[in-house]
Design a protein around this ligand. Structure first.
Ligand code: PGA
Length: 264
């Protein structure tokens, strides 16, 4: 069975719609040769730019993702964006439970669980972010945090609903800090996550779920990361905002995946 590696750019609260259109067009021009059956490319602009970027990439090998979603399909929730609105714009992916949302917007596992359910129900792919902060790592709590994020995040979600799930292991101490986890540290955590998925859903499902690494991914570290057996791509923040960096991260990953046999 094959897991198609995925490189996703999380643009966070950067780029106006005008800038986003220009940037998405440049990415499209530079990456048209990537075969989406070997490597998926996803870009996640701010909500305000989704509609225009969707038009720019509609005839390309690049897919659209959103950075968040509300857990209800519609309702009186001023300022929020629903899954139906995202689906209508041809979004295929939604980042759920990013550490910045857990920290600054107090998103709990319970909220994240509700968001995952609505995204899966509507047939989109959630990218569930999990990972420990520095204090937790230094206190040897990494595995405990991963247990908490995975078991509670995926609570009451059956294996039948899971098909589209993607997980991103993002150690908080590596996000935006320039400190990447070594490939060994990332592999250890991601192997652990796959093992948790195995306990929850069995071998065949756990082998199908893609687990990305996120945290200061750059062109000069992506090759070693993506070579690891349980690293199926990357969720890229800062480096996804710079054309050369993002293009090279995708190209270097593509070189590696063409070499690696991902059949199990
Ligand atoms: P970074 O961000 O690549 O800037 O560390 C990653 C993320 O927040 O997803």
């Amino acid at each position: 069975m094959k897991r198609i590696p995925l490189i996703a750019g999380n643009w966070k609260m950067y780029k106006t719609t005008t800038e986003a259109i220009e940037f998405a067009s440049a990415i499209k021009r530079n990456l048209y040769q990537i075969n989406p059956e070997l490597l998926e490319i996803v870009i996640c602009p701010a909500f305000t730019a989704l509609s225009d970027v969707s038009e720019v990439i509609c005839d390309s090998n690049i897919k659209l993702g959103a950075q968040d979603v509300h857990w209800e399909r519609e309702g009186a929730f001023t300022g929020e964006v629903s899954i139906l609105m995202l689906k209508d714009l041809n979004c295929k992916y939604v980042i759920v439970g990013h550490s910045e949302r857990r920290t600054y917007f107090k998103e709990t596992n319970e909220i994240i669980n509700k968001k995952l359910k609505v995204v899966l129900k509507e047939g989109l792919s959630p990218i569930l972010c999990v990972g420990e902060n520095l204090e937790e790592r230094e206190n040897n709590m990494t595995f405990k945090v991963l247990d908490d994020h995975i078991y509670n995040g995926l609570k009451d979600i059956s294996s039948l609903e899971l098909v589209n799930l993607v997980i991103a292991y993002e150690p908080v101490w590596a996000i935006g800090t320039g400190k990447t986890a070594t490939p060994q540290i990332a592999q250890e955590a991601q192997g652990y996550i796959r093992n948790l998925l195995n306990n929850l859903y069995g071998e065949s499902i756990s082998q199908q779920i893609r687990i990305l690494y996120g945290g200061s991914v750059k062109p000069d570290n992506i090759r070693e990361l993506i070579k690891q057996p349980d690293i199926d791509g990357a969720l890229v923040g800062g480096a996804s905002l710079i054309l050369d960096s993002f293009v090279n991260i995708v190209k270097y990953s593509y070189d590696e995946v063409k070499n690696i046999c991902m059949d199990y």
